[in-house]
Design a protein around this ligand. Structure first.
Ligand SMILES: O=C(O)CCC(=O)C(=O)O
Ligand SMILES: [Fe+2]
Length: 244
């Protein structure tokens, strides 16, 4: 695959988007990349094979790297999944595949096509666009991971607020072509009484941005979903990138 050359659509109306964001604290921006960029990015993601199975066990992170995963039996993988389901009955839980673009980039080992993706989300046009939309003129960099939610995967309610990370807003760029709301994987937002106050269906080439802290979740992808839910997710941060 040739190098990814990503560009923002030139039809984006940043000031109007900023007005919506100011009112709601969140926004769904369809058609954020040019059609060619979105297609090339999707092709790179669909080709990618080095997914890490990413879940928590209580407060601890639990990653299953590709080599370990290949060596596991179906029963072992099933048991891990059942442990995640049991965890979700008690508290905060997630299980999905990821690839830590930000960490890999700074370690000098980012999988080839995604170097360019990381550079794009930290490029002047992208940072200026998200500064305008969010009203946070002090955003200086973005971190990112690639995520893949397969049938059964989910991320329960949380608010993204981590002390010391200086996150100004969260972003999710959805990259699965065609998605039915019945397939789950909805980014849901909750009010103080835990009612669903709104949600974004993952639509292809749409960028969701939301303020922090804001309780949200990714609903479980249905067992009958015909696709996996692919996204690039991360945080728009201020200050000096500690890994740069
Ligand atoms: O994938 C999404 O829509 C949101 C992901 C998320 O909330 C997170 O990674 O903290
Ligand atoms: Fe989140």
């Amino acid at each position: 695959m040739s190098a990814l050359n990503l560009e923002l659509s030139n039809e984006l109306q940043a000031p109007a988007l900023a007005a919506t964001y100011k009112l709601a604290g969140r926004i769904h921006i369809p058609g954020v990349l040019t059609d060619q960029s979105a297609k090339d990015l999707f092709d790179a993601i669909a080709d990618f094979k080095e997914w890490i199975l990413h879940l928590n066990q209580g407060d601890k992170l639990f990653d299953v790297f590709p080599e370990q995963r290949k060596a596991m039996t179906d029963q072992q993988l099933h048991d891990i999944r059942m442990a995640a389901y049991a965890g979700a009955q008690k508290g905060f839980q997630y299980i999905y595949d990821n690839y830590p673009i930000y960490d890999a980039y700074h370690a000098g080992e980012c999988a080839k096509p995604f170097n360019k993706l990381f550079e794009f989300i930290n490029s002047k046009p992208f940072i200026e666009f998200v500064r305008t939309v969010t009203g946070h003129a002090d955003i200086t960099f973005a971190d990112a991971q690639l995520t893949k939610f397969s049938p059964g995967d989910f991320l329960t309610i949380h608010d993204d607020n981590v002390y010391g990370k200086d996150r100004r807003a969260a972003f999710v760029l959805n990259m699965t072509p065609e998605w039915q709301p019945d397939w789950g994987g909805i980014l849901q937002f909750f009010d103080k009484k835990k009612h669903v106050e709104g949600g974004f269906t993952p639509s292809f080439n749409a960028l969701n941005i939301f303020s922090i802290p804001k309780p949200h979740a990714v609903s479980q992808v249905s067992t009958f979903s015909r696709r996996a839910r692919y996204s690039i997710t991360g945080w728009l941060r201020t200050g000096t990138d500690p890994k740069a």
